[in-house]
Design a protein around this ligand. Structure first.
Ligand SMILES: Cc1cc2nc3c(=O)[nH]c(=O)nc-3n(C[C@H](O)[C@H](O)[C@H](O)COP(=O)(O)OP(=O)(O)OC[C@H]3O[C@@H](n4cnc5c(N)ncnc54)[C@H](O)[C@@H]3O)c2cc1C
Length: 324
């Protein structure tokens, strides 16, 4: 089988790796500059900054086994951040001691490892699909990318819906998958400070416009200066999705001041808007979806409950279903 995979995030990479192991010819396309998707750390002159996925956990047997291999190879490391909670009673240490992992030296390292020597085309937004009943043709900006016997979409729900719009009348299943919104937005702001801020490395923030704070330097491989990353809550992010980066940065500084109880002098701020970030809690879990009549598979966190681990599991599940 020749299989095209659109999306070089962890789901697409996991699917590609399994299919390649089974001897299939796989080609991966991604619109980004490199593989990683929402696990991509941003490279700056001062080092990497994690703006998307912050860490991942391993709850399933299968993903724990995969993490053990990555740990041994140095692709990931354990992150032993000092965690706190900020809630109505203020800031206090968190008793949560779940094992948390980060890619080394950047979050996308496991994705890069999975893709290995698999044919990967970056800077390649797939914007048109044709299916003749046997083969898929892919196009990017009017240029044909090739003909494939199977197609995998490992991209966020809303982007998959856009690409598959012409095929929705042929599949009630697709229509159902796209009926409700699976992924919610997130504004991320990185604030560089001159002084250390808190005796913690990360804070779970409750009942606030902010949901998470983390000190980049607590993660090996990242910027060693005092950089704090803030994630705004899905509700705030949705409400202010089209706000200017200046307005969002200003809100982030105010929030950091409130949570830390200290005046904040930001040396620099960097905002990133994730339109499709994390799972809407009510969206149903289906693992992965394979539609044999359309020779089409879908994988990704949004089909499997969100998070890195579930995205990986979704890609692995789809690979197994594709070659049954
Ligand atoms: C702000 C934020 C914080 C998060 N925090 C955590 C966390 O702490 N722990 C955790 O486990 N998870 C976290 N997540 C979620 C985690 O990042 C995702 O669950 C996981 O990375 C999703 O992987 P994926 O492969 O399904 O999708 P993605 O990583 O989104 O990969 C999809 C890829 O498809 C590409 N693409 C899309 N459309 C096209 C197209 N038309 N043509 C070509 N390429 C295309 C994109 O460029 C992207 O590379 C966070 C996410 C965000 C955004």
């Amino acid at each position: 089988m020749t299989i095209a995979i659109i999306g070089a995030g962890i789901a697409g990479a996991a699917c590609a790796a399994r299919l390649t192991q089974q001897g299939h010819q796989v080609v991966v396309f991604d619109k980004g500059r490199s593989a990683g998707g929402r696990m991509s750390s941003k490279r700056t002159e001062q080092g990497y900054l994690d703006l998307g996925a912050q860490y991942f956990t391993a709850r399933s047997e299968a993903f724990r086994a995969q993490c053990a291999k990555w740990l041994q190879a140095g692709t990931i490391s354990r992150w032993n951040g000092r965690l706190a909670v900020f809630d109505d009673s203020g800031l206090h240490p968190s008793p949560d001691n779940t094992a948390r992992y980060i890619g080394q030296p950047a979050m996308q390292a496991p994705v890069v490892q999975l893709l290995g020597n698999i044919s990967l085309h970056c800077n390649c937004p797939v914007d048109q699909l044709q299916f003749d009943g046997n083969h898929w043709q892919l196009f990017s900006k009017g240029i044909a990318l090739g003909s494939f016997s199977q197609l995998v979409l490992a991209i966020p729900q809303q982007q998959a819906r856009q690409l598959l719009q012409p095929f929705l009348p042929q599949s009630a299943r697709l229509t159902t998958l796209f009926a409700a919104t699976a992924l919610l937005p997130c504004w991320a702001v990185n604030i560089q400070l001159e002084q250390p801020l808190l005796p913690y490395d990360a804070v779970f923030v409750k009942n606030h416009s902010i949901s998470w704070l983390a000190r980049q330097a607590s993660k090996s491989g990242r910027c060693s200066a005092e950089h704090w990353l803030l994630h705004f809550s899905p509700a705030f992010s949705a409400q202010h999705l089209e706000a200017s980066t200046e307005a969002i940065a200003e809100q982030a500084v105010i929030a950091l001041q409130q949570i830390s109880g200290q005046p904040i002098n930001a040396v620099t701020t960097l905002c990133h808007r994730w339109r499709y970030a994390q799972q809407a809690p009510q969206y149903p879990v289906s693992g992965a979806v394979y539609l044999p009549d359309l020779a089409l598979g879908l994988a990704g966190d949004w089909l499997n409950g969100g998070r890195v681990e579930n995205a990986w599991l979704s890609g692995v599940q789809l690979a197994a279903e594709l070659v049954l």
